[in-house]
Ligand binder design. Structure first.
Ligand SMILES: Nc1ncnc2c1ncn2[C@@H]1O[C@H](COP(=O)(O)OP(=O)(O)O)[C@@H](O)[C@H]1O
Ligand SMILES: [Mg+2]
Length: 314
């Protein structure tokens, strides 16, 4: 592999290496011992281990021959269910190698239309003698009932801060770098619990010592501290200084108006303001965001929004 992507390099190969999701892993391990699995539906948000778990399961079930017995298809990539059916048919035609069944993993199954899902249901039934299906989706409610009732549904949990720390430490230890405590918080903030994003941020930083500043700089993201500081400045009545701080964000750091306004929104609720003031400002933020989306000049709109904060100066 020319490009060594950490998302792949640090993808667990064994079920026991999957972080959290114990409720899923423990059941799967029992089935691995029995060498038999049902059809399954993996539901959960992005980057919490659905694909990883399916891959690890296949490796534990099939050993060296896992690639011959495992097929991964992305339902939203392929043009329609016919391609999926064709691929599944071709895959199922060849007998499993050293096992009684093969696994078809269908990612983003909830991207399929209702009609396509009906066709998928028939495909599942038709090939049930040689294929087990693992469907992955964000929301199980988007999968038609006849498919759900043919699958054991597993809900993958959102990963917590300690989970993400385990993953960061794994990579940091293997790559031999240090991650500052505050950088961990920054990565948590930016990744929103998606470990794929965590791996990508770390790889982009890859430095002996990863700091909070580096994380925000590399990902070209707004630092919450900067926004907090700017809002505090304007609320203290120093509009000129706040204007300079804003200029630093737009001109020097090259951040987009949308990102800045999104972060002003995030910080609003932490400000020492009365409820009424927050509600008024919330409305303003909505109004200025709309103007930005309509294509007006970010510098002017953001500055005008800051002027709104001036009304509530202490
Ligand atoms: N629970 C987990 N334990 C360990 N690594 C994980 C876990 N979830 C995600 N990852 C990491 O994030 C990457 C993306 O995970 P993946 O399983 O593809 O997510 P998805 O739930 O979107 O299918 C993997 O390559 C792996 O490195
Ligand atoms: Mg996936």
């Amino acid at each position: 592999m020319a490009l060594d992507l950490w998302v792949e390099k640090y993808r667990p190969r064994k079920l026991d290496e999957v972080i959290n999701q114990r409720h899923v892993i423990e059941r799967l391990k029992v089935w691995v011992n029995q060498k038999s699995i049902p059809n399954m539906l993996f539901a959960g948000s992005a980057g919490v281990g659905k694909t990883t778990t399916a891959l690890a399961l296949a490796q534990e079930l099939f050993g060296n021959q896992w690639k011959e017995n495992f097929q991964e298809t992305n339902a939203s990539d392929e043009r329609g269910i016919d391609v999926v059916r064709g691929k599944v048919k071709d895959f199922a035609r060849i007998m499993p190698l050293g096992s009684e069944f093969k696994i078809v993993f269908l990612d983003e199954a909830d991207a399929l239309t209702q009609e396509a899902q009906q066709a998928l249901r028939r495909t599942i039934e038709k090939h049930s003698n040689v294929c087990r299906f693992i469907l992955s989706c964000n929301y199980s409610s988007r999968i038609i009932e006849p498919i759900q009732s043919r699958c054991v549904v597993f809900r993958f949990k959102a990963l917590t801060k300690p989970d993400i720390e385990i993953y960061i430490n794994r990579i940091a230890k293997a790559e031999g770098f240090e991650v500052e405590k505050e950088a961990v918080d920054a990565i948590m903030d930016l990744s929103e619990g998606d470990l794929r994003k965590v791996a990508n941020i770390l790889q982009a930083c890859s430095h002996d010592k990863i700091t909070k500043e580096l994380v925000y700089e590399i990902s070209a993201q707004v630092k919450p501290d900067d926004i907090r500081q700017m809002l505090k400045t304007v609320l203290s009545g120093n509009f000129e200084e706040a204007r300079k701080q804003l200029f630093n964000l737009t001109a020097n750091q090259g951040l987009s108006g949308e990102d800045i306004i999104k972060n002003i929104h995030k910080e609003l609720f932490n400000l020492p303001l009365e409820e009424k003031a927050k509600i008024d400002l919330l409305e303003k933020i909505g109004e200025y965001e709309f103007r930005l989306n309509c294509g007006s000049t970010p510098e002017i709109q953001l500055l005008a929004l800051l002027a709104q904060f001036l009304k509530y100066k202490k």
